[in-house]
Design a protein around this ligand. Structure first.
Ligand SMILES: [Zn+2]
Length: 62
C-alpha cells in the first residue's frame, strides 16, 4: 500500500512553512529530516488513523 500524503508544517528553526511527505500506511513514525529552507535537522513525529494524520509534531533536532 502506498499512501503518501503532503502535509504542511512549520520548521522549528526558521519558522518557514515546509511541506512534508508522510507515509500514512505506517501507524506511527519518527524520523529526522533536514529543513529544505535552512538545512537544519528536525525530528518529525506523527501518528495516523484511518489513512489520515492524527497527530503531527516537528521539533528541533539539535
Ligand atoms: Zn528551517
Amino acid at each position: 500500500m502506498n499512501l503518501l500524503h503532503g502535509q504542511d508544517a512549520t520548521c522549528p528553526h526558521c519558522w518557514e512553512t515546509i511541506n512534508l511527505t508522510l507515509d500514512l500506511s505506517v501507524p506511527e513514525q519518527s524520523y529526522v529530516e533536514d529543513c529544505p529552507v535552512c538545512c537544519k535537522p528536525m525530528v518529525v513525529t506523527y501518528t495516523t488513523a484511518d489513512g489520515e494524520v492524527a497527530e503531527l509534531s516537528v521539533e528541533s533536532g539539535e
